[in-house]
Design a protein around this ligand. Structure first.
Ligand code: G6Q
Length: 560
């Protein structure tokens, strides 16, 4: 499905060329109503996309593209439970997990909602028992700490949401997340915990992921070293998974298993049993509110016409940058410490989903697809990498996110945070001309050559695009809506490109090679079976392992 040669694509390219010389300064000067016309407002949120170099025609052309690519039909097929994850033959129905209506959701002719409700009920009863102290450990002590062992989709979503809902963590256990197979991660968490008061949630859709299984086995050994009796495992290990056989094999009984289904993709699974740690930390009621919020966004995405459909608009802007302008990256800049892990979560959501180079039918996509997604919370990023955003040679569209209020008011600090957020998008959009830079330098008393030498360094070209998402104080419902908004944005982008946004074959090869390579790290014999670079790295690893060349491990340089 070539995009490039099509009529609509040629018109988009011509339109891009036409806009090349247009500055946001002019667009705003010419249209006093621009901010209102290029924004989306509903009770909980104000989304401003007026600081993109776009016109009504841009959006009209992009919507025409969306229609040509059958966006609405693909969306409807997702909600109808069709197997749109074609390479795995699976439905894509995370929207069923947060379907708060009485509408059935059907996969293979069967309404999955009774199963979804039963799984939610399991989460509710268990999380309430742990939080109230009704569920105790093997010495009858209350659970004080929960360690979630999972990676990728079984880590990033629940970890990000749990952190974002920190203001609601009253009375709940402390929840820790261990993902990395690097033994440092688990060891450092366990150092602070006691087996008798710790609960492990082993989160793995497949229950075969090497990193998670290695950490889970290590956690079990740590627990048994103290508890001694394997029957105590039942009080301290639960599984969040789709694979009952593997869960049993690990030694967790089916009663201790929180289920979900193959139609829930890993990176879309925080709404399923994978969200149990969220309910443990913040309470089941908050978890339900998260689902409520997501459902509201689902309904908006499902029913709003393209022109008023927020995920569609943001997704089409994403396509505009990644494909029509050919930009490489997209920054996510939450001015909200509670969303510190949002960039990492969105990175997976976007890059696992749309980091694809062939369409569903295996043909190369002839335009740029999923951009690199990266970011850090503001204001930290301002002191780190914003220099490039303002004056570098690359154009990086930015998403600013900021709440209207903080859960933790402290003097005027939140207003200072908001001021910084709004000032950054203003500076990016409008910049500072040479005349303005010159006037400022003159006001500082500079003249002549010294002044002129500085002017080019003080110029900000501006015209750098951003979206600002301004919401009420961050709570579970708002968060649910925001996350569903991004999920559907990613869906729209993938649907325009015609890729399957729901598989991730690209992570397979490295996994296979790691399994093959692992035994070669043992023993002293030099390895020659790979390319010269990999051979050398393996052999140098053997030399450096256990060595003390740097002096770091001994009394190096007498500094002990
Ligand atoms: C996400 C990916 C991936 C997955 C992890 C963990 O969409 O599929 O990040 O979530 O590899 O997989 P398990 O949950 O099966 O351990």
């Amino acid at each position: 499905m070539a995009l490039k040669g099509t009529g609509i694509w040629r018109r988009l390219e011509a339109h891009r060329d036409h806009l090349a010389g247009v500055h946001l300064r002019t667009l705003f000067a010419d249209d006093p109503d621009r901010a209102r016309r290029f924004s989306h407002q509903s009770g909980w949120v104000h989304v401003d996309y007026s600081k993109h170099v776009i016109t009504d025609e841009t959006l009209a052309l992009l919507r025409e593209l969306a229609t040509a690519q059958g966006i609405e039909a693909w969306r409807d097929r997702m909600f109808a439970g069709e197997a749109i994850n074609t390479t795995e033959g699976r439905a894509v129905l995370h929207v069923a997990l947060r379907n708060r209506s009485s509408r059935p959701m059907v996969v293979d002719g069967r309404d999955v909602m009774p199963d979804v409700r039963a799984a939610l009920n399991h989460i509710r009863t268990f999380s309430e028992a742990v939080r109230s102290g009704g569920w105790t450990g093997y010495t009858d002590q209350r659970i004080t700490d929960v360690v979630n062992i999972g990676i990728g989709g079984s880590d990033l979503g629940p970890a990000m949401v749990t952190a974002a809902l920190a203001p609601y963590h009253r009375q709940g256990p402390r929840v820790h997340f261990v993902s990395n197979v690097d033994p440092t991660h688990l060891s450092r968490e366990l150092q602070r915990l006691h087996p008798a008061t710790t609960l492990f949630t082993v989160a793995s859709k497949t229950f075969t992921t090497a990193e998670t299984m290695a950490n889970a086995r290590a956690a079990r050994a740590w627990f048994l070293a103290q508890a001694r009796d394997e029957t105590h495992i039942a009080k301290h290990f639960v599984a969040l998974s789709t694979n009952e056989a593997e869960v049993r094999r690990f030694g967790i009984a089916p009663e201790q298993m929180f289920v979900f289904w193959d139609w829930v993709g890993g990176r879309y699974s925080l709404w399923s049993s994978i969200g149990l740690p969220i309910a443990l930390a913040a309470g089941y009621g908050r978890f339900e509110m998260l689902l409520d919020g997501a459902h509201e966004m689902d309904e908006h995405f499902r029913t709003a016409p393209l022109a008023d459909n927020l995920p569609v608009t943001l997704g089409l802007l994403g396509v505009w940058y990644a494909s029509v302008l050919g930009l490489e990256s997209q920054a996510v800049l939450p001015y909200d410490q509670l969303l510190a892990r949002l960039p990492a979560y969105l990175q997976q959501l976007a890059m696992d989903s749309n980091g694809k180079r062939v369409t569903r039918d295996g043909q190369p996509v002839d335009v740029g697809t999923g951009p690199l997604v990266w970011g850090e919370p503001g204001t930290n990023g301002q002191h780190a990498f914003y220099q490039l955003l303002h004056q570098g040679t690359r154009l990086v569209p930015c998403d600013f996110l900021v709440g209207a209020e903080s859960h933790y008011p402290l003097g005027d600090q939140h207003a200072l945070l908001v001021a910084n957020c709004l000032a950054q998008s203003e500076a990016l959009a409008f910049g500072r001309t040479a005349e303005e830079a010159r006037a400022e330098l003159e006001a500082q008393g500079l003249t002549g050559d010294a002044l002129e030498a500085l002017v080019p360094h003080k110029v900000f070209p501006g015209n750098r695009p951003s979206t600002t998402i301004l919401y009420e104080k961050l709570g579970p419902r708002t968060l649910g809506k925001l996350l569903a908004l991004y999920e559907h944005k990613v869906f729209v982008m993938g649907a325009v490109w015609g890729v399957n946004s729901f598989d991730q074959w690209g992570v397979e090869l490295g996994k296979q090679l790691a399994t093959r390579l692992r035994p070669e790290l043992d023993g002293p014999a030099p390895v020659t079976s790979h390319d010269s670079s990999t051979n050398a790295l393996i052999n140098e690893y053997k030399r450096l392992r256990g060595g003390s060349v740097s002096g770091d491990q001994g009394s190096g340089n007498g500094r002990r």
